[in-house]
Design a protein around this ligand. Structure first.
Ligand code: NAG
Ligand code: NAG
Ligand code: NAG
Ligand code: NAG
Ligand code: NAG
Ligand code: NAG
Length: 441
């Protein structure tokens, strides 16, 4: 009783004219960004119940979240760790990534394998790959290692039984099982995630096979009309004709493509990849950033599913990686990331703790939605403005928090992104497309 009264009073006091921004952040100050990110990380994990008795480690509650979002959450927290040095969640991350690896170490755990699509599987592999890239602590020696799991997923998706022949250019199908709706859809997400995985594996291992597969996948995306001359990235095509393109545009498809392209440019130094880096960067900033703020215009403000609430975080992370892999893009990209991250944080004033984040960043007020996707996206946006502090391992002095980043701040001018007219209808999106779950809890 007393607590309720106090909290009610506190709310009245806080409602005073000076608006309360619960996630305060000075975007050019790395310490301030780290402090804000730590709060959002905590709020993200408030949705995770995997360590409770009788619950399943690794995934967000299955009543509301599809399996793939667990992979996104761990990837987000790995990136948070790499950019802040906060090692507090290492045990959780490690446990989650290992628990869902499946009997063949390829992210097809039996409980979920009937519903796992190629994109879902790839998103877990991308998290494992990031663990490898940032020098996250290895699994126990008796287990498969991060790199092995990422390679296993890539290899399984290279096989022809995951692909469609004929006019479909050997495209990777959305679904793995013929009985699943979506088996006849070649979606950008699956092919782009596969491309991203291959490009980063090529860079990490120098193995030509990955390089060739990644090159072929880029060509196939162009042939299918999923990547245009203007660097639009469209959602997918249907088998067997594969001739009618669903032109819905989601930011993560373009973002993950760009990150892979940047990895290949970094690895090969070839002009063709540099041109693609530049073209995609320009187009992403035009299409998805409104007044400098990332917006999932195909579904915002009211049509986004739970799955879609995770996308802006994926895109922020991909852009931050691109600025590092192709440093000539850094000034342009980081300027946009900063404007966007600031807007993302400002609206986090919701929920019982007055700091939960909404989905919609173009308004400075909270949009009355809460969810793990909202938190993951804002967390990725915040840490995307920090520089990655090379591989951090707990054995370092100060547990890896000694890398004092300075705000790389060549250019503060907000980008004025072109206004783009949208008629977006989402058809596919990870496993979630067929089941629309409201964002409001
Ligand atoms: C978390 O798990 C516990 C134990 O199974 C359960 O009682 C509780 O309802 C769960 N909470 C959520 C948010 O799923
Ligand atoms: C599979 O489901 C069982 C029963 O709910 C559970 O005990 C187990 O932890 C789950 N395994 C995975 C990998 O999700
Ligand atoms: C390169 O990768 C491919 C595909 O994973 C593998 O079959 C091959 O053995 C690797 N080559 C080398 C030299 O490691
Ligand atoms: C390749 O990427 C690394 C960061 O991972 C960066 O330091 C380096 O400058 C890039 N190389 C080139 C040639 O752009
Ligand atoms: C590093 O972290 C470990 C475990 O969290 C802790 O025991 C140790 O004191 C920390 N070391 C430093 C130098 O902060
Ligand atoms: C580095 O960061 C620590 C902790 O925020 C701070 O105490 C220290 O003064 C910083 N050092 C430099 C050189 O900025």
């Amino acid at each position: 009783m007393a607590r309720i009264t106090i909290s009610f009073l506190a709310r009245l006091l806080l409602a005073a004219p000076a608006a309360v921004t619960a996630i305060n952040v000075a975007i050019l100050n790395p310490d301030s960004v780290r402090r804000a990110a730590a709060l959002v990380a905590e709020d993200l994990l408030s949705f995770y119940n995997g360590t409770a008795a009788g619950e399943t480690p690794g995934i967000l509650p299955y009543s509301e979240y599809f399996w793939w979002t667990g992979g996104i959450m761990w990837n987000t927290l790995l990136d948070y760790r790499a950019r802040t040095g906060d090692v507090k969640y290492d045990d959780l991350i490690s446990q989650g990534l290992l628990f869902q690896r499946g009997p063949n170490d390829d992210y097809l755990p039996l409980n979920f394998s009937a519903q796992i699509g190629n994109d879902d599987q790839a998103f877990w592999a991308l998290a494992a790959l990031e663990a490898e890239e940032i020098g996250f602590r290895d699994p126990p020696a008796s287990e498969a290692q991060w790199l092995t799991m990422a390679k296993n997923v890539f290899e399984s998706q290279s096989s022809t039984d995951r692909r469609a022949g004929g006019n479909c250019e050997n495209g990777l199908r959305w679904q793995i099982l013929p009985s699943n709706a979506g088996y006849n859809y070649i979606n950008a997400a699956s092919n782009v995630a596969y491309f991203n995985l291959g490009a980063r594996l090529a860079r990490l291992t120098g193995n030509e096979t990955y390089l060739r597969e990644a090159e072929d996948t880029y060509d196939l995306l162009v042939k299918l009309g999923l990547v245009t001359e203007d660097f639009d990235v469209y959602d997918g095509v249907n088998t067997p004709s594969c001739d009618r393109v669903n032109e819905a545009r989601f930011s993560y498809n373009a973002g993950l493509l760009l990150q892979g392209v940047a990895a290949l440019y970094n690895e090969t130094r070839e002009e063709v990849w540099r041109e693609r880096v530049d073209g995609l960067t320009t187009r992403i900033l035009e299409v998805f950033f409104k007044d400098g703020v990332l917006s999932e215009a195909a579904c915002e403000p009211t049509l986004c599913t739970v799955d879609m609430s995770f996308l802006k975080g994926i895109t922020h992370r991909a852009l931050a990686a691109t600025a590092e892999l192709a440093p000539h893009t850094a000034v342009r990209i980081r300027s946009a990331l900063r404007t966007s991250a600031k807007a993302a944080a400002v609206q986090c004033t919701g929920g019982d703790n007055n700091r939960m984040c909404g989905l919609y960043w173009l308004d400075s007020t909270w949009d009355n939605t809460v969810g793990a996707g909202n938190e993951a996206s804002v967390l990725s946006a915040l840490v995307s403005v920090l520089t990655r502090t090379a591989p951090v391992v707990p054995e370092l002095p100060n547990n890896g928090t000694s890398g004092n980043e300075t705000a790389t701040d060549g250019d503060n001018t907000p980008l004025s992104a072109g206004t783009v007219a949208w008629a977006g209808t989402s058809v596919s999106l990870a496993a979630g497309a067929l089941l629309l779950v409201g964002l409001l809890l």
